[in-house]
Design a protein around this ligand. Structure first.
Ligand SMILES: [Ca+2]
Ligand SMILES: [Ca+2]
Ligand SMILES: [Ca+2]
Length: 338
């Protein structure tokens, strides 16, 4: 039996009726943040500020953002860790600093965990629905969907089944949530019910709360009946996504510019752009009002102007130090400021 089998469709949908016809989800601001590894690779999420995230089993590579290919910084790869020190199947890497980064906003990451029953948006580059296949398990005939040969960027929906999965695969242990692939008439199904397939690893799971979209999870695995044919999807299969709310602090620590890291870095009780006036933008890497180089130059100019005969006193950690000032700027420069 051959069903409608469009080529190059990503994410698996039950039928044409449940596939979204819009290329992008309506009113969704982060479509361009979802990209893929070069050479038709799996999915990569651009976090903004020059950082990217994907599954650890995908690995880093060149990614395309707004028609420009960006190379990763060698040795910038960093796996996220669990509290017990084991590695999760989530990694971040940095994009080449010499390249001009696209003007895309910092991708907000949800701080509250997804709850069972909460609706989510999935975006990924994985395989799509191919032909319908028929097979027997224990004498019962079952149906499923084989996968298309290639992936394409697509979006769909699902609803959280569980938010407390711990996925243990090879060397990785990952806090995850699960999404069940329900048939079109199942009570719990969603409008564009979809399931992940090969290539969707690294794909985004987004949630809209109080009208604001945030990244909440990242697709990493699928699971289902072990005796089902390989490279196929059946109703009841599960998509697993790393719970990024659980790893949020570590992601922020490694990827956010000073002015969007949710910390008060200069001790003035004002946090980040736009609250801290020292921040010119969310991508600013300095919360201080004036840059330290300018402040130092000003100080040198002042001491130089004092001229000969003045006593310059440095207040170091080891106590007072003194030095005879002279008329040249060089001799008034502190030689050790410990
Ligand atoms: Ca579902
Ligand atoms: Ca900050
Ligand atoms: Ca501050």
């Amino acid at each position: 039996m051959i069903a409608y089998a469009p080529p190059m469709r990503a994410l698996v949908f039950a039928s044409l009726d449940t596939e979204p016809q819009d290329e992008r989800p309506p009113d969704f601001p982060f479509w361009e943040h979802v990209t893929q590894r070069r050479y038709a690779g799996p999915t990569v999420l651009y976090l903004g500020g020059g950082y990217a995230m994907t599954a650890r089993h995908v690995g880093m590579g060149e990614i395309q953002l707004r028609d420009v290919m960006h190379k990763p910084v060698r040795d910038s790869k960093r796996s996220l860790l669990n509290e017990n020190g084991s590695a999760a199947d989530v990694m971040i890497f940095e994009l080449d600093r010499n390249a001009v980064l696209p003007d895309l906003p910092i991708l907000p990451i949800a701080s509250e965990p997804l709850q069972p029953g909460e609706d989510v948006l999935l975006v990924g580059f994985g395989r799509g629905r191919g032909t319908v296949i028929e097979y027997d398990i224990d004498g019962q005939t079952r149906f499923g969907f084989s996968w298309s040969k290639k992936g394409e960027k697509r979006w769909g929906t699902n609803r959280v089944s569980s938010n407390s999965e711990i996925l243990s695969q090879s060397n990785f242990m990952t806090r995850a949530l699960s999404l069940r692939f329900d048939g079109p008439f199942a009570p719990d199904t969603t409008r564009y019910e979809t399931h992940a397939a090969i290539g969707d690893s690294g794909g985004g799971v987004f949630v809209q709360r109080d009208g604001i979209w945030k990244l909440a999870a990242m697709m990493i695995s699928i699971g289902g009946e072990a005796r089902s044919p390989r490279s196929s999807t059946v109703y009841g299969d599960m998509t697993f996504a790393a719970d990024l709310t659980y790893y949020r602090d570590e992601i922020l620590r490694w990827t956010r510019p000073i002015c969007s890291n949710e910390r008060d870095d200069d001790g003035d009780d004002l946090i980040d752009f736009p609250a801290d006036p020292g921040c010119d933008s969310a991508s600013d890497r300095n919360e201080w009002e004036a840059n330290p180089f300018e402040a130092k130059s000003l100080w040198l100019a002042t001491t130089a102007a004092l001229g000969a005969g003045w006593l310059i006193i440095y207040l170091g950690r080891r106590g007072l130090r003194s030095q005879r000032g002279t008329s040249t700027p060089n001799s008034t420069r502190p030689s050790s400021a410990d």
